[in-house]
Design a protein around this ligand. Structure first.
Ligand code: NAP
Length: 261
């Protein structure tokens, strides 16, 4: 919708939103930010128990409607069936956030002979988003409206040490996928943007030894990890009418880390 004034411009009230991996880590931060803005959120993920807890808690705490659709984004059939099931229950889809992903660390030449990590990383982190986008865009193109927000990584823009080659190349391709899709769908009134987070407090950071965590903080210009809801706040901006002029953009949200790497 073309923004006409700042009145309720940040609101997501009544917007039907799908968030992949919306019950954990950064995804939960996005669900939280969207819930605060009044959105209806459907979590698309594999782990029913964690999602059920979030759906129950958020349904009592916030105005919006919260639901769960069991989905494995590594499977084309699973994505298609989950989106079809969602569209049977809803009359429209306003926002898709492609957040679900896996991290694959390590140098390229340390992978096994079958390049197992390479293919797994691309299958989930890039092809998973392609599967979800394809199925959701069918409906958005028909509606002639909708927003997609992709969660990529600052690893797609820099050379990390220690090396994360498969992950970094995958996230770099995901940034370019964002731009290609934005150009292809603009004529349908659809916007596609990406957020490239840096170090963010999540399951991954919880397992880091304290001295490693502190050393990373010292290497980030603003001196700390992001909180998941801070990535959520930017996603809420990109999902709402407030950002109607923005498409094909990749927003780095890493406390300045990529500036010096
Ligand atoms: N944390 C960071 O520092 C950081 C930095 C830059 C970018 N990122 C990116 O941010 C996104 C979220 O990362 P995170 O740190 O929040 O990770 P996380 O805590 O490990 O959560 C990953 C999420 O992805 C979902 N998921 C994984 N595989 C899936 C599959 N096959 N099908 C459906 N859902 C699947 C998981 O849900 P289920 O287990 O329920 O399926 C979970 O909700 C990822 O794309 C990651 O690359 C993270």
């Amino acid at each position: 919708m073309h923004l006409k004034s700042m009145e309720n411009a940040y609101s997501l009230e009544g917007k039907n939103c799908i968030i992949t991996g919306g019950a954990k880590g950064i995804g939960l931060g996005i669900t939280t930010a969207f819930a605060h803005q009044g959105a209806n959120v459907a979590i698309f993920a594999r782990d029913e128990a964690s999602a059920a807890k979030v759906v129950e808690e958020f349904s009592t705490k916030y105005k919006g409607d919260f639901s769960f659709y069991k989905t494995d984004i590594g499977s084309t059939a699973s994505c298609r069936e989950a989106v079809q099931a969602y569209m049977k229950d809803h009359d429209r889809i306003d926002v898709l956030v492609n957040n679900a992903g896996i991290g694959t660390a390590g140098p390229f030449m340390e992978m096994d002979e079958e390049l197992t990590d390479w293919f797994e990383c691309f299958n989930i982190d890039l092809h998973g988003a392609a599967r979800m986008s394809y199925n959701v865009l069918k409906y958005m193109c028909e509606q002639k409206s909708g927003h997609i927000v992709n969660i990529t990584s600052n690893a797609g823009e820099i050379i990390n040490r220690p090396f994360l080659t498969a992950y970094a190349v995958c996230k770099s391709a995901f940034n370019h996928f964002t731009k290609c899709l934005a150009a292809e769908t603009a004529a349908y009134g659809i916007r596609v943007n990406a957020i490239a987070p840096g170090f963010t407090n999540s399951n991954f950071s919880k397992d880091l030894p304290e001295e490693v965590y502190k050393a990373i903080c010292a290497d980030v210009p603003i001196g700390r990890f992001a909180e998941a809801f801070e990535i959520g706040a930017l996603a809420a901006y990109l999902a709402g009418d407030i950002s109607d002029i923005v498409t094909g953009a990749v927003f780095t949200a890493d406390g300045g880390y990529a500036l010096q790497h």
